[in-house]
Every structure is written in structure tokens, then in C-alpha cells.
Ligand binder design. Sequence first.
Ligand code: NAD
Length: 345
Amino acid sequence: MMRNKKAIDVLNKDDLIVITGAGGFIAGALARYFSEQGFARIRAIDKKPLDEWYQRVEGVESVCMDLSEKDNCVKACQGATEVYNLAADMGGMGFIERFRIECLRSILINTHMIEAAYHAGAGRYFFSSSACAYNTTLQEDANVRALKESDAYPAMAERGYGWEKLMSEMFCQEYWAEREMKTFIARFHNVYGPYGTWDGGREKAPAAICRKVIEARDSGKHEIVIWGDGLQTRSFMYIDDCINGIDMIMHCEELIATPINLGSDRLVSINELVSIVEKIGGITLKCHYDPDAPTGVAGRNSDNTFIKQVLNWEPATPLEKGLEKTYRWISQQYADRKAGKRTVS
Ligand code: NAD
């Protein structure tokens, strides 16, 4: 079988790679990944002030710019060979259910970025879509059928955030159809790992649960509040697997303008997730359930048939192992914050 192509196989080391949202979790990890592979010209962009970026990678051109402004997107894309657009105003369920307007306004970022990338003559354009683009009526049971790529239509995406992703996907598809720009679209399913948001309202379930277990250990109050009834189900992908998948998708000609799932297909309930983290923390907690907290759809899983077939990609990191690394990192962040040091969230 032919090996999948990656950036290292198709780019020169001095080709310019532009990565947006790089002050955040996934794009920050992507900038580090390309830098470690020896790419010499990486332009990382985020609207956050530089001292608030989750990771700053040495040798990477790091720029603070708001990419909802057209002129900034033009500057961002100047000279780009490849553009990875991961900038979005987003967070976990607590954020995307409450701030739908902010989520929808991310359409400005993709609208201007894709046009700027096109005029700059970028060879490839990557867009980070989401499992939230899928039809929500297929996700009303915790025991869901895994979502395959065709399940986004007929459309009934998650209000706000999901519709923005679906619309931006369509931009990517039309820039290929009408203008022959090579675009690539991955639908991420819950990504977690070190250097992700772990506090402050935008964090997602794995990080929030790790933090709550760490807080319970620290305070001696062995209790945890779980959003909803804890029976809602999801699948979770470790950051390294996500980065590897992005590189493979971006360099696969068969996937031009073709949305593809990038996630784990191991379905777990939030209660199961809590049990795994309790085990890592060496503690058992009394669970309190908050029925009024935002929970999103009842269940969501990734059908990986297509990605296995095209790329032979499967997530390599078991949930227990990925959570262990995430838990250790959040513990350190928690301790650093207590000691008055700077932390990610
Ligand atoms: P993140 O919040 O850590 O990173 C996104 C970054 O985009 C932030 O640092 C933010 O400051 C930046 N940003 C927002 N608006 C901007 C603007 N106008 N100009 C410049 N920068 C701006 O989130 P993440 O988890 O790293 O997500 C990256 C991408 O992946 C997003 O598009 C997100 O929707 C998508 N995604 C993530 C997940 C997940 O589980 N983390 C799941 C599905 C999709």
C-alpha cells in the first residue's frame, strides 16, 4: 500500500505555512509540529495578545491580528504556500450554547481568509470544521449510530456554531468548484490534551473533568458536579492524533473539497469519562448532577469508515493514556496557578 503523503513529502522547507488560531489549543500544537519537522517559515496568527498564547514556538513568526478584518487576512496570507485556518470563537458546550452570535461571527474569519488565500495563490487551504455540523435529529439518543460524512444533509446543524461550520464548509467546496483552489475540510470530534483550555468557561468536558477531580483532591471535598445526567455520550480524540490526521488530510488529493470525520469512534458516556479520570486521580467522588447545565445533543460518535478507507488513519492514543497525560498537565497548571505563576487559562 502506498504511504500517505504529508507536508514533509510535498513542501520545501522554506515554503510559507500560515496557521490561524495559533494562540489556541490545536493550531498551537500544529505550529509546534511543523516547526519540529524543520519548516523554517511558519506564520502563526491569533487575535489574542502574544503573552496570552497557549504555546509560543521559537523561530515561528507570531502575529497578533484580528482575522475577522479583511485587510488583516490579506496580510496573513501574503506569500503563503499552505493556509491552515483554525481560528474561531469557540469553546465547550457552556460557551457554544450561550454565545451563538460570537460563534456565528466566525463566518467573517473564513470568508476573508479563503478569499485572501485564493488571491495570494496559496496551493492548499485547510478548514477545521466540527461534528457540530451534523444533523442534530440524528443525535437524540445516547446510544447513537455513529455519524458518517453524508449525515450533515439534510441540514439541521447545532444552532450557531454548527451552522457557521456548515456554511464555511460550503465556501471551501465552492472555491474548489468555481476557482480550482484546493481546499480540505476535517470535521473534528472533541479534541483534548495538554495546552488546551482547562478553566474559565470555554473548556471542554475532558479538561473540565480533570480540573474538577484535581480541585476535589486539593480541597478534600470529595464531590463533583456533572452537567446533565452524565449519560450523554461522545467520542474523544487526543491532540497528537488530530495533528497527524490534519497533515494527512491536507495532502491527500482524493480529499479535495470533501468533508471527512477526524475523531475517535470509541463512544463513552460522561459518567464513564469521570470514572477514568477518578482512577487516574486515585480518588472516588460523590457525583451531583446539574440537570439545568448545558449538555448539547444526547449522543455523538464518529463513523471512521471513510477515513480508514482513504488514509488508513485510526487514532493511536487510547483514551486512558491521553487522559493521563492531560490530567498530569492540568495538575501542573493548577499548581502553577496556586503558586502565582502564569498559566494557559
Ligand atoms: P481554541 O479556542 O483553543 O483556538 C481558537 C483560537 O482562535 C483562539 O486562540 C482564538 O483567540 C482565535 N481566534 C478567535 N477569533 C479570532 C479572530 N477573529 N482572529 C484571529 N484569531 C481568532 O480552540 P481549538 O480547540 O484549538 O479549536 C481550533 C479549531 O478547531 C476551531 O476552528 C474549532 O472550531 C475547531 N474544532 C475544535 C474542536 C475541539 O474539540 N477542540 C472540535 C471541533 C472543531
